[in-house]
Design a protein around this ligand. Structure first.
Ligand code: ZN
Ligand code: ZN
Length: 644
């Protein structure tokens, strides 16, 4: 038989040959380093036979960053963890141990509870296994044999897993430990160069709180120690940047149990908010959007018409007032449909772009809430673009251009996922072909890297999900651009064409920040709270050295304030050193120390991080203007406009 290699060459193999046989046929070195086989996007154990004509890619220890290669390494390490725990804690019962993003876990029922302090001992035992070396043997077994084996071992959870298993059952054995597992696994433990157990948590068997609570041990593993080290550094850095910690510390917002998952914004947080709002309004105006405002509460009928109720009812806050059922909107679309339908529309009015940043409310499940990233009050930079079929491509392209421009302001690069027709689609294949092509063309036109998610579109139209890469290389989902012909027709919306007859209409739903709440949460982490000058809630703090310097310091504050900059004077009776350190902790971009030697002709200016300079007030104003302009907005005067 023949298999196909990634370079399109063919490899001749005897019938029944395995992935490992294929690797050996290519070279002994490759066979030694092989960790996994990938075939048309799915992974396969190296020990399994290949099929004639199969496309194969052999992953090796050199694919140390490949997510599938890491997956098999971590899954194999989870088995080593189970082996170690069984040896150290006689009577322990083992449950499941899958790889997850950035690592793996294994769930256990311990005879006595264990604590974080016990993890190093378990880690040492894994190290001992690695030093001894382990190799995995795969064997297919009958369900009866598997049940008998795990009953004898006293592993009730495994017996239950066998009873509910579908398809063939396999064992993977390393040393004297056998686990029930579909695989795939490494050949042996040699590629596992770095292991770290990262934490403990409680977890119910099969995720059901009526079941026994188990102990989940989390860990991670890498192909090299340096990969583990840089991963742990990134985790530490992410903790330092966590917006849930920095938000209150920088006096931006806090949460209260009185309104769970809805932030209370402090004055400094509102500065960030309104800077984003200013950009939104400026760019909307420049790009032909019209600002509107629609109600927050509607009668329930509206959401039956829009189709939100059948789908999102559980997520919506419902009210019963004066005997009539109401709900708070979870999306702006219904209001915009009512607005568009308030009078007959002509083709001459299209495209019509409504924009609105009104808060939406969503009753998210408590377990999924996470600081600002998932909240109950969602203020989207929302817009609905009403257009004809011919206008779709230009409109989508303009939205994608807008997104790229917007994310660029924050030094983040955009990427996208194009979600295409699902099985339950409505409309013809020709329509879908055209619409998907329009979205794809918009991404290409803007040179935005994208992947395709087949079948992930909504039943009424394809969509683009937008992502940004932050300073730590993390990918955040931001806005979406969604094409829809359903909702206009549910509201009976049409337009009168050049031919004087009524035509059906498309709407593009789009939000680019996503929501202000989420976007600010992401910005806090991206910048680690160290905002660029134009965005910083306090841009300049002036420290008068003595009492006699307070009046001239206030004068400098007023001069800069009149230019549109955000300036404070710190008159506290603390030493200058202490006040400088406080400004540093609060991440204020510039500090001016005003003492005997200072005057408006010569000011001592410190940049955050320590760089010092002496400048005249006039030179400082020029510098600040240039810094403020980096958002495309200029304080105190007309400045350059961002490129179209
Ligand atoms: Zn396994
Ligand atoms: Zn919408």
């Amino acid at each position: 038989m023949k298999v196909l290699l990634p370079d399109s060459s063919e490899l001749e193999l005897p019938d029944g040959a395995t992935g490992l046989d294929a690797a050996r046929a290519i070279g002994p070195k490759l066979a030694e380093q092989a960790v996994l086989l990938r075939s048309n996007g799915t992974v396969q154990d190296l020990r399994l036979p290949l099929e004639d004509g199969q496309q194969i890619q052999i992953l090796t220890t050199r694919n140390a960053d490949d997510s599938d290669a890491l997956w098999v390494l971590r899954h194999s390490t989870a088995h080593l963890l189970a082996e170690a725990v069984r040896r150290l804690y006689p009577g322990v019962k083992i449950a499941i141990g899958p790889p997850i993003e950035n690592g793996f876990y294994y769930d256990f029922e311990f005879p006595e509870p264990i604590r974080e302090e016990d993890l190093p001992r378990i880690e040492e035992e894994i190290q001992r296994e690695l030093t001894e070396g382990r190799s995995w043997v795969r064997r297919e077994v009958q369900a009866e044999e598997a049940k008998r084996y795990f009953s004898e071992q006293g592993e009730g959870y495994k017996v239950e897993l066998v009873e509910t298993a579908e398809g063939p059952i396999s064992f993977y054995t390393q040393g004297d430990f056998t686990d029930l597992c579909r695989g795939p696994h490494l050949q042996d433990s040699k590629p596992i160069k770095a292991v770290k157990l990262t934490g403990l948590a409680g977890a119910y068997w099969r995720g059901d709180e009526r079941n026994t609570q188990l102990t989940r041990i989390y860990g991670t593993a890498f192909y090299s120690q340096s990969d583990l080290d840089s991963y742990l550094e990134r985790v530490e850095e992410a903790k330092r940047r966590d917006h849930r910690r920095l938000g209150p510390q920088l006096d931006l917002f806090h949460f209260s149990e009185r309104s769970p998952a809805s932030p209370l914004w402090h004055p400094k947080g509102m500065v960030l908010w309104y800077e984003l709002e200013a950009i939104r309004r400026r760019e909307n105006a420049r790009r032909g959007y019209l600002e509107v405002k629609t109600p927050i509460i509607y009668d329930a009928e509206t959401f039956w018409t829009s189709g939100h109720f059948p789908k999102y009812e559980d997520l919506m806050f419902k009210l019963d007032v004066r005997g009539r059922p109401w709900a708070m909107k979870s999306m702006n679309c219904p209001g915009h449909m009512l607005l568009f339908g308030s009078r007959p529309r002509s083709y001459k009015e299209l495209p019509l772009r409504y924009a609105e940043p009104t808060p939406l409310h969503r009753d998210e499940i408590p377990g999924t809430l996470h600081g600002l990233l998932r909240v109950r009050i969602v203020t989207q930079d929302d817009s609905h673009i009403f257009c004809t079929e011919d206008q779709i491509q230009d409109e989508i392209a303009a939205v994608v251009d807008y997104a790229r421009y917007l994310y660029g302001l924050f030094g983040m690069s955009a990427s996208a996922e194009l979600a295409t027709r699902p099985d339950n689609k409505i409309g013809t294949d020709e329509q879908w072909d055209r619409n998907e092509a329009a979205l794809e063309a918009a991404l290409k036109l803007n040179s935005i890297p994208y992947t395709v998610a087949p079948g992930e579109g909504a039943f009424y139209g394809p969509k683009i999900d937008l992502f940004m890469d932050d300073a730590l290389g993390r990918k955040w989902q931001m806005g979406t651009i969604q094409l829809d012909s359903q909702m206009p027709s549910r509201f009976g919306l049409t337009y009168v064409g050049q031919d004087n007859t009524e035509h059906s209409l498309y709407v593009v739903h789009r939000a680019l920040y996503g929501s202000f709440e989420r976007f600010i949460g992401i910005l806090i982490e991206h910048f680690g709270g160290d905002f660029p000058f134009w965005l910083a809630p306090v841009q300049v703090r002036i420290l008068p050295v003595g009492e006699e310097h307070r009046a001239p310091a206030a004068e400098v504050r007023d001069r800069l304030g009149a230019e549109g900059f955000r300036v404070e004077v710190d008159e506290r009776d603390e030493t200058v050193g202490k006040r400088i350190r406080d400004a540093e902790v609060e991440k204020i971009p510039r500090v001016i120390v005003y003492g005997d030697r200072e005057s408006t002709g010569s000011l001592a200016v410190r940049e955050r991080g320590g760089k010092q300079d002496t400048k005249s007030l006039q030179a400082l104003v020029e510098e600040f203007r240039a810094l403020a302009a980096s958002s495309g907005r200029v304080a105190g005067g007309a400045g350059p406009q961002p490129a179209q």
